[in-house]
Write a protein that binds this ligand. Structure first.
Ligand code: GRF
Length: 187
């Protein structure tokens, strides 16, 4: 089986990255992680790239040429698929266009509810009964691309932001690999 060379974009802890690296070690999993990109020099998740000897690069999205640089790196590593795993910047239109239907993102809510940031806080203040996570294709509209996988759970009465994050991320570690498998099922 030929694995699709994938780049994972991160900004923070990278626990989803770590999970995807583990999944990709399975010979039947459709992707291999060939590159990690972070917009934060100090992103903890970069340690996983170092530990697993995956090439990584840091981009400064404030620089105008970041997009060209990113596209060149994606080309250099023959990347054909992109996973956004906690990447806290909007991906530029040119990159989205070059990877149409080949970029997916994981979001910590049941989209289309609670697009954008501060999700857990908004879920609590809105007194939601259930929440979860969504994996979707990335388009030029924020958190609005076609949904691939959604996973949900019911909130307990004493839920806070920390417990919500813990429960949501536990579901993310199942949802992201499932979405990747689904994406490549018919290719
Ligand atoms: C995840 O909860 C994801 O839904 C959101 O950012 C978080 C990243 O977590 N987009 P991690 O860096 O993978 O631990």
């Amino acid at each position: 089986m030929v694995k699709h060379k994938t780049c994972v974009f991160i900004s923070g802890k990278g626990t989803n990255l770590k999970n995807l690296i583990h999944c990709s070690r399975d010979s039947s999993f459709p992707i291999t992680i060939s590159l990690v990109i972070s917009n934060k020099k100090k992103a903890e998740g970069l340690n996983f790239a170092k530990i697993y000897k995956i090439p990584y690069m840091i981009i400064d999205t404030n620089f105008k040429n970041y997009e060209i640089k990113t596209l060149l790196f994606l080309k250099k590593y023959k990347i054909s698929f992109i996973c956004l795993a906690g990447f806290m910047k909007i991906i530029s239109n040119n990159i989205i266009r070059s990877f149409e239907k080949k970029i997916i993102n994981i979001h910590p809510s049941l989209l289309p509810k609670f697009k954008g940031l501060n999700t857990f806080n908004r879920v609590l203040s809105n007194k939601e009964k259930k929440t979860g996570c969504t994996v979707h294709y990335v388009t030029n509209k924020l958190d609005a691309g076609q949904i691939i996988v959604k996973k949900r759970f019911y909130l307990d009465s004493d839920e806070n932001e920390l417990t919500l994050k813990r429960k949501t991320q536990k579901l993310e570690y199942r949802a992201f690999p499932e979405a990747i498998i689904k994406t490549f099922r018919n290719t």
